[in-house]
Design a protein around this ligand. Structure first.
Ligand code: 0XW
Ligand code: MG
Length: 376
């Protein structure tokens, strides 16, 4: 039985589901197969009988980045929520099992609830989520900037600007056009890039195996990582021995099974890991351990979202051993404002400070969000 202080059993009393719009500041955010101008985020609040509430968030970057969409997240959470009322939020495994009994799949929706449970646990114990997850390896974690699809000169300009701001890693979006144009972009990028800055090319599934092999051969003198070059795991596996560059998987890594398989097949040299895709912080903690045991670098990201998901990614990201950390991506440079004006997660010179408060360390202004759909 989970108790706080004087023998009080913590129980889930209410669950609220909020919606909020996060417009992209400036031009559309462009990836190989999609572009977005406004994102629809979902926030859950899990209220306990103690007065302590936990928050979670999930925000697919549009409906085609992965098999996930904003209305789907809310529908899935609404399906699960009634089954969780009365459970003890500190027994996260028990709540997880009940979630799986209530609904198969939909990890990206369950993730928001899982994050809220960790927030509650932190607040109940007076500890930060990163410390509950094993302890922060450092108090400042590098982020990375994703440079959208554009013309070679414009991509090179952004690379110059962002490395000047202090980013130590840049992700360049490629794919969705003739591979000769991608090769031109890559060459331009390496004309201006500071050798201390690491470069990843993210095709977001768009290259054919032919494109990936051609680009890798044409740029064999340049040091970059290729992220999610092709659509399916089998395609990526088929090019692994033919390309000259390390491969990180992103969209293909939907669960722990796939992650382990990609390591033991020798396909994944590392991961661009999305917290909501894999079901939240509980599974991210396991993935961190798998990556540590097999020496695979990983980033702790999500596809989009505000302070709550950013804080969740930062807390788990802070626990990754620095030699294996590829940083924490957050949407801060592309969105305006914070849910928590004081403790909200903001980039400083390409780096992120781990929040100091209990739980996720975010005290959101709920008045920013829609009227919730509530369960009690
Ligand atoms: C750069 N990200 C982490 C954020 C975008 O939404 C997509 C993503 C990726 O690596 O694919
Ligand atoms: Mg990616």
């Amino acid at each position: 039985m989970s108790k706080i202080f004087v023998g009080y059993t913590v129980k889930i009393a209410e669950i609220h589901i909020y919606q909020h719009d996060l417009p992209v500041v400036g031009p559309a955010y462009k990836m190989s197969l999609s572009q977005v101008t406004k994102l629809d985020t979902t926030i859950v609040e899990v209220v306990t009988n103690t007065g302590i509430s936990g928050f979670g968030e999930t925000c697919p970057v549009g409906p085609t980045y992965q098999p996930a969409h904003a209305a789907g997240a809310r529908a899935a959470i609404a399906e699960i929520a009634p089954h969780l009322i009365g459970l003890e939020p500190l027994t996260i495994g028990t709540v997880q099992r009940r979630m799986h009994q209530a609904l198969a799949g939909h990890n990206y929706a369950k993730a928001a609830l899982d994050i809220a449970l960790w927030d509650i646990a932190g607040k109940v114990h007076g500890m930060r989520v990163c410390d509950l997850l094993g302890g922060a390896a450092r108090e400042r974690v590098q982020s990375y900037y994703a440079v959208g699809i554009d013309e070679p000169d414009e991509v090179a300009r952004v690379v110059r600007d962002k490395q000047g701001e202090g980013f130590v890693r840049l992700q360049i979006k490629v794919g969705g056009r003739n591979v000769a144009q991608d090769i031109e972009v890559v060459r331009k990028v390496f004309e201006v890039r500071d050798p201390a800055v690491s470069i990843t090319l993210d095709a977001n599934r768009a290259w054919t195996t032919r494109d990936a092999i051609q680009l890798s051969m044409a740029c064999s003198d340049l040091d970059f990582v290729m992220e999610q070059p092709c659509a399916t795991y089998d395609e990526v596996k088929s090019i692994k021995s033919l390309v000259r560059h390390p491969i990180y998987l992103d969209e293909n890594t939907v669960d722990l099974n796939m992650i382990m398989r990609s390591i033991y097949d020798g396909v994944a040299d590392g991961f661009s890991m999305k917290t909501t895709r894999v079901g939240g912080l509980t599974n991210m903690r396991t993935i961190r351990e798998i990556c540590q045991a097999t020496n695979r670098p990983l980033s702790c990201d999500d596809s989009w979202g505000g302070d709550i998901i950013a804080a969740a990614c930062l807390h788990i990201g802070a626990t990754v051993p620095p030699n294996l950390s590829e940083g924490v991506w957050i949407a801060d440079p592309y969105i305006e404002g914070n849910y928590d004006p004081e403790n909200g997660i903001r980039l400083k010179d390409g780096w992120l400070d781990v929040p100091k408060g209990p739980g996720l360390g975010i005290v959101p202004d709920k008045s920013l969000w829609s009227t919730p759909q509530s369960f009690a």
